[in-house]
Design a protein around this ligand. Structure first.
Ligand code: SAH
Length: 431
């Protein structure tokens, strides 16, 4: 089982390989692996992560060949626009047509879409997002693993259940436990990319975190994303040098006043400087924000999407704010599922081609139908939690997290069956 299918190397030039999936060409950096034409590889997020033997590749490709094209067909048929995807509301119809033709929406048009209240109109918005997702990304769905290595945190984010000073029983996985969990995710379950996440100031120094990244990279063919909060610009540099190639860091909200209010002692500017510096260093960027934060507006959500794009996000991570009983925002309600889907769909419409859109665990916690609904509203990425069960229940950023008590094997089985039923391939073929 794997989360990307093998590709054939056709050409290698200046550190970039031209690779082919059943004849479909892509490009991938090959700084981690020495390659020649004719080799078979696994790539993830635009990086070659592993070279495999031709025999192993042929076996997997043979198993995939028919399924690959069947899934694509199923997805293409269900995403294709039909007569009833048109609206009698002339304004809505005009904006959706513009979106379908990749026209750039004005802010007023984006707000109009986000403020739709009529269920049929909301449905048409999501259908448009799904159409664009299929048109530009085909049926691929990116599947990352996420390993929560520590719930220790020095920040006091007003929404977050692991923020200082109170919070859950604190844990920090040992280096041995982290390596073992990463190894199991890669070797047993076939993950090709892993997000290492923790609170900020998680009990390991940046140097120690860099050692951990290096050890994982030395042992396992996997693309590593870091998500340790603001580690400082020199910290980002050290972690990149250690082999991390992705950064998951949400800016949470694009509204600087709101940001300041809910992040005591911290500024939006500092967060953005980290994201900009990381992009310049070569990190793949995953960013986004919280939907429905108390005090935020729909106009903020439009700005959030635009900010994520200006930060060159290769993946957008927008999830609902969920009230945690031990935080200052405990009494505020979570947004509706419709509001979450509206943001995902609008994000896909504003950025049809380049970015993946994640169905977040927070959204899965809000709605049991999150993956099914999110994947047909512009989403094309999911994460599977590979944190050992004894720690997973302590990473309580919000209560009753989805998948909190499911083994990795159960989650993988469920996710693959669900993707297949939708005609999606668990394949990150890169952009
Ligand atoms: N220290 C890291 C990881 C933080 S936890 C960092 O700062 O990036 C990962 C994400 O969980 C946060 O970025 C935040 O958006 C989300 N989160 C925290 N509390 C939440 C809540 N109550 N509801 C929904 N999402 C929450």
């Amino acid at each position: 089982m794997c989360y990307t299918i093998p590709a054939l190397v056709e050409e290698v030039r200046k550190g970039v390989a031209t690779i082919s999936y059943f004849g479909e060409r892509k490009q991938a950096y090959c700084e981690f692996v020495k390659l020649s034409p004719g080799d078979y590889i696994y790539a993830q997020g635009g990086y070659v992560v592993e070279k495999i033997s031709p025999a192993q590749a042929q076996k997997t490709l043979k198993a995939w060949k028919d399924v690959f094209f069947q899934l694509r067909k199923l997805d293409a048929e269900s995403a294709a626009l039909k007569a009833n995807d048109n609206s009698s509301d002339l304004k809505l119809q005009r904006i959706l047509e513009k979106a379908r033709n990749s026209g750039k929406l004005s802010k007023a048009e984006a707000l109009f879409l986000l403020r739709l209240k009529d269920p049929q109109a909301q449905f048409l918005l999501r259908r448009t997002a799904n159409y664009l997702r299929q048109k530009f990304h085909n049926n691929s769905c990116c599947v990352h693993g996420i390993l929560e290595i520590s719930n220790i945190c020095v920040r006091q984010c007003a929404y977050c259940g692991i923020s200082a000073p109170s919070g859950p029983v604190r844990y920090r996985m040992s280096v041995g436990e982290i390596i073992a969990a990463a190894g199991e995710a890669v070797n047993k379950f076939g993950f090709k990319s892993l997000v290492l996440q923790s609170g900020e100031g998680c009990g390991y120094t940046v140097e120690e975190l860099a050692e951990i990244v290096k050890k994982i990279r030395q042992r396992f063919p996997v693309l590593i994303f870091i998500s340790f909060g603001e580690v400082g610009i020199p910290g980002l540099r050290k972690l990149y040098a250690a082999g991390a190639r992705g950064l998951l860091l949400r800016f949470e909200t694009s509204n600087p006043a709101l940001y300041k209010k809910i992040h005591p002692g911290d500024t939006l500017d500092s967060r953005i400087k980290h994201l900009q510096a990381a992009y310049r260093m070569g990190y793949l960027i995953i960013t986004g924000g919280l939907i429905g934060l108390p005090g935020s507006t729909e106009a903020d959500s439009v700005n959030d999407i635009n900010l994520a794009a200006s930060l060159h996000a290769e993946m957008l991570s927008f999830g609902p704010f969920l009230p945690h009983p031990f935080t200052p925002l405990a009494k505020h309600p979570a947004p509706s599922e419709e509001a979450v889907l509206g943001v995902l769909a609008l994000a896909r419409i504003i950025f049809p081609a380049k970015t993946k859109i994640l169905i977040t665990t927070a959204y899965e916690t809000l709605s049991p139908q999150a993956r099914q609904n999110g994947l047909i509203s512009g989403g094309n990425s999911i994460m599977i939690n590979v944190t050992p069960l004894k720690y997973r229940s302590l990473y309580t950023i919000y209560p009753h997290r989805a998948h909190a008590d499911q083994t990795v094997a159960q989650q993988v089985r469920e996710a693959l069956a669900m993707l297949k039923s939708f005609g999606r391939g668990p394949t990150d073929l890169g952009n």
